[in-house]
Design a protein around this ligand. Sequence first.
Ligand SMILES: Cc1cc2nc3c(=O)[nH]c(=O)nc-3n(C[C@H](O)[C@H](O)[C@H](O)COP(=O)(O)O)c2cc1C
Length: 359
Amino acid sequence: MEKFKWNIPIEIGGHRIKNRIVFPPINTNWAGENGEITDKIINFYRETAAGGCGMIVVSGTAVSPDAKSTDRSLCLYDEKYLSGFMRLTKCIKKEDCFAAIQLMHVGGQGNPDFTGRIPLSPSGIKCMAIGIEPAVLSIYEIADIQKKFINSAKLAYSAGFHAVELHLAHGYLLHEFLSEHTNKRNDIYGGNILNRARLVLDIIKGIRAEVPIIIIGARVSGEDFVKDGINESINRELLPMFQDAGIGYFSVTAGIYDSSRAKHEAMSQGLFFAYAKGIKDMIDRPVMGVGKVLDLITAEDHLRKGDCDMVAIGRGLIADPMMIKKFLNSNKINRCIECDQCRFLRHGSKYLTCSVREL
Ligand SMILES: Cc1cc2nc3c(=O)[nH]c(=O)nc-3n(C[C@H](O)[C@H](O)[C@H](O)COP(=O)(O)O)c2cc1C
């Protein structure tokens, strides 16, 4: 039988990854009161890694206390978090799984109930879904945020991660700098594309200088679905710059909070893969696609069509983390039924639950 393409190893930055299935960042809201790793989080990722995926990107992790997207999202800004994250990387790596962590700052989409402060943004543009006018960051505060990303990357390396993934999508702070929709500044961080990309480029350069060995990935937006947002033509300029600065892989998603309806429609039709395919032509690094891949047959199809080099499976692996091993042994898979219960914030729940799997 011809080998499955999803099961062919791939290299990222000189690291061999055993297969092309990725568990993407999924915020469970199960962290401790101060954003620390809990046993529940360890067990969740242990089971996911044991199921056989080649790579796990640990959920959006805040680079400072006010960078959190939810009240119990993970944080990594101090050495006090290291022991928990070391436990986490150990159980992921034990399964020969590539361990990455997504680093983020919530920016203007921040909720004061979770962060304890007014949201921060490049230009004070209000996210309608949050409804609070954010504060405008000073040049000194921007420099401080740059340091925080670099500090978190250093801690991630100390904790044993192979890679850090910069969250440049979903309308969070770094995305807000890149997009003309939210960046109206007229200093060195606004205006032309190089200025809008400055903070991200400086973060990449800083991480390269401080922890040259760690791989830096980027979660990018293929399409924002808003006027003046990120789209194909902006990405044609932006992404080669990121590649030249040292980005080792690109994970392609789409949409921001204010375009969440368009985003969910596109995602549930699998349209994000068209953006991944477009981006594959713009750069020369592994590209991950995502969106409504609930089984390995669909993943195989995307890889064979050349839509991407790796496929991320979020909800499908939440529903059944053993999907890969079961598929290879021809055992029945507990398939995600797309009930949407896992999107806990949209449904007023406090944390991740699944109607197919008891969590
Ligand atoms: C509960 C939940 C939490 C998520 N948390 C994050 C996150 O922290 N960072 C991120 O970039 N995407 C996050 N996402 C988006 C997923 O990574 C993924 O792109 C999305 O679920 C689509 O993939 P799927 O159809 O395979 O689930 C989250 C999605 C869900 C359902």
